[in-house]
Design a protein around this ligand. Structure first.
Ligand code: SAH
Ligand code: DHB
Ligand code: MG
Length: 223
């Protein structure tokens, strides 16, 4: 068994043990594959981790940047109270349409609003219109955009806001300061900004599993 196969087996073990899969989530993945969306969702255990973080934070307003078919969105939105809200930013019209279907299937369309278009544009609108701060933010769109998403998210936060970002390790590619890969450069800049910004305390947790070796950045906005 390769390391990757073993990591994937352990993800299945965890998902089975904690009952993380459901007909709704399985249908979400099936529909996303049928519609040709790339297989780049977070894993079931990572989804449950986001759910737990949102619950622990008592989140009522969640922001997600990069929604794809809504798999991570469903985990996050399930943590919301009935009058909670999740704004999901998605550039690709087809991804947004599939996400809307999946979110409706999950019965979460009353708490999820998908904003189609460039995340930078939606974030600028929220800042200009002085939207209420978010309690939890999940960043998972194009990696080149991460540095600018961080600055915008900080302007849409309050002390205690939890910020999570996916894919900040990329099998260790993030160690290379001379990388020519734009995604790696974006993530390296994001990590450095997060680490140096006095407005937040953060860390990075490496992850292994069905999605290979990667990592979540996690931060809390300072008091
Ligand atoms: N969070 C999802 C996976 C997101 S994949 C999950 O775990 O289930 C990344 C998504 O970001 C894709 O759907 C892609 O279309 C979207 N994206 C890429 N660039 C973007 C941009 N500039 N603004 C908004 N969304 C973007
Ligand atoms: C990939 C994985 C992700 O989680 C993501 O958000 C974007 C791309 C990938 O493996 O290519
Ligand atoms: Mg990701």
């Amino acid at each position: 068994m390769t390391s990757h196969e073993r990591w994937a087996e352990v993800d299945r073990y965890v998902s089975d043990l904690f009952g993380l899969s459901s007909p709704t989530l399985a249908k979400t993945l099936r529909r996303s594959r049928e519609q040709g969306l790339p297989e780049i969702e977070i894993s079931y255990p990572q989804g449950q981790f986001l759910y737990l973080l949102s619950k622990a934070a008592g989140a009522r307003r969640i922001l997600e940047i990069g929604t794809l078919g809504g798999f991570s969105t469903i985990f996050l939105a399930r943590a919301l109270p009935e009058d909670g809200l999740l704004y999901a930013l998605e550039l690709d019209a087809k991804h947004a349409a599939v996400a809307r279907e999946n979110i409706a299937t999950a019965g979460l369309d009353t708490v999820v609003r998908i904003l189609e278009g460039e995340a930078d544009t939606s974030l600028a609108m929220m800042i200009t219109e002085a939207w209420d701060p978010f309690d939890l933010v999940f960043i998972d769109a194009d990696k080149t955009g991460y540095p600018s998403y961080l600055e915008a998210v900080l302007q849409l936060s309050r002390p205690g806001t939890v910020i999570v970002a996916d894919n900040v390790v990329r099998s260790g590619a993030v160690l290379d300061p001379d990388s020519n890969d734009g995604d790696v450069r974006g993530v390296r800049e994001f990590n450095a900004l997060l680490a140096a910004d006095p407005r937040v305390r953060g860390t990075i947790l490496q992850t292994v599993g069905t999605k290979g070796h990667d990592g979540f950045a996690i931060a809390v906005v300072a008091e």
